[in-house]
Write a protein that binds this ligand. Sequence first.
Ligand SMILES: CC(C)(COP(=O)(O)OP(=O)(O)OC[C@H]1O[C@@H](n2cnc3c(N)ncnc32)[C@H](O)[C@@H]1OP(=O)(O)O)[C@@H](O)C(=O)NCCC(=O)NCCS
Length: 146
Amino acid sequence: MPEISSDGPAGGRPQSPAPLRLPDDRQLVLRVMPMPADANGNGDIFGGWIMAQVDLAGAVLPARIAKGRIATVAVNEFVFKQPVSIGDLLSFYAKVERIGRTSITVNVEVYAERNPADLHVVKVTEANLTYVAIDLEGKPRQIPRS
Ligand SMILES: CC(C)(COP(=O)(O)OP(=O)(O)OC[C@H]1O[C@@H](n2cnc3c(N)ncnc32)[C@H](O)[C@@H]1OP(=O)(O)O)[C@@H](O)C(=O)NCCC(=O)NCCS
């Protein structure tokens, strides 16, 4: 497991002195590499593309727990800590924060691996999302407890 840091690459992007490690209290729920069509003219990836991936990644654990249809009811917090570039390999780590009567809240952290020849990993995004278990009519249903 590579050592990672929350600082950006050289060239004026934000720096953090404290090295981090990949999370071991979370589940890897998605890995994806953005393509040029997902970027703006500067080569940075659109925030909306990242939000869509986070929504997909965040749904993995709630869908398993809810054992059926779920819908995103809220994005409670979303922070873009560092820009994402074409060629970054993104890993999405999720942790269930709360299971309510019909809803499940998840925290998702996104890490970018860049420059495979001299691997550098940075935390780029963090978000909290809430999903609701729904029935066939789209109405909230109770989360199964077993
Ligand atoms: C999800 C949906 C079925 C919920 O229906 P609702 O009548 O609003 O449901 P309720 O008010 O009973 O809330 C259901 C649960 O969501 C939670 N919730 C509702 N709004 C919330 C919010 N803004 N933040 C966090 N949790 C929220 C409630 O606390 C409740 O959780 P609990 O039962 O665990 O206590 C309905 O809002 C919906 O269909 N939304 C559109 C979903 C969708 O299309 N998502 C894709 C993105 S466009």
